[in-house]
Design a binder for this molecule. Structure first.
Ligand SMILES: [Zn+2]
Length: 151
């Protein structure tokens, strides 16, 4: 999925879950935006990757795109560390932000291996990245965001 789709999906997630967390709204939103985009750090020509090209280039070469950095297993380990050093709420929202990215990517034809590197099982959908279908998906998310804010 494209940067803007992940961003919109992250914002929708934040709107839905923010009543359940006692964290400063701006900090909360910042963490959700960062984590909903972070997995694409493994792709040097993604919008996030371009901003930190040397780092993302190394990660892409070492780990590959949509492998380790798109593994729920990997991010669960990272979240466990966050839980240990920053606290439970930060660990949970990190995992939720990352999950929003992985779920959106799992809807694409390329799919996601949630349990990489332990399993080869891949979940894939039917949306082509950057296609009309993705635009419709994005507009649906934006529509849901507007409805959530208004009602
Ligand atoms: Zn991705």
């Amino acid at each position: 999925m494209l940067f803007k789709t992940h961003l919109a999906f992250g914002i929708l997630l934040w709107l839905i879950i923010k009543p359940y967390f006692n964290i400063n709204n701006y900090l909360f939103l910042s963490i959700i935006i960062l984590t909903s985009l972070l997995p694409d750090i493994d792709k040097s020509n993604s919008l996030l990757g371009k901003k930190i090209k040397p780092i993302s280039f190394i990660i892409e070469k070492l780990f590959g795109h949509r492998k380790l950095f798109h593994s729920l297993l990997f991010w669960t380990v990272i979240s466990a560390l966050i839980w240990r050093y920053a606290g439970k709420p930060y660990a949970i929202i990190t995992l939720l932000g990352i999950s929003s990215h992985l779920i959106a990517d799992a809807l694409t034809k390329q799919g996601i291996n949630f349990l990489y590197p332990v399993s080869q099982f891949r979940i894939a959908g039917f949306i082509e990245t950057g296609s009309l279908l993705e635009t419709i998906f994005l507009l649906t998310i934006i529509g849901t965001i507007i409805i959530t804010i208004l009602f």
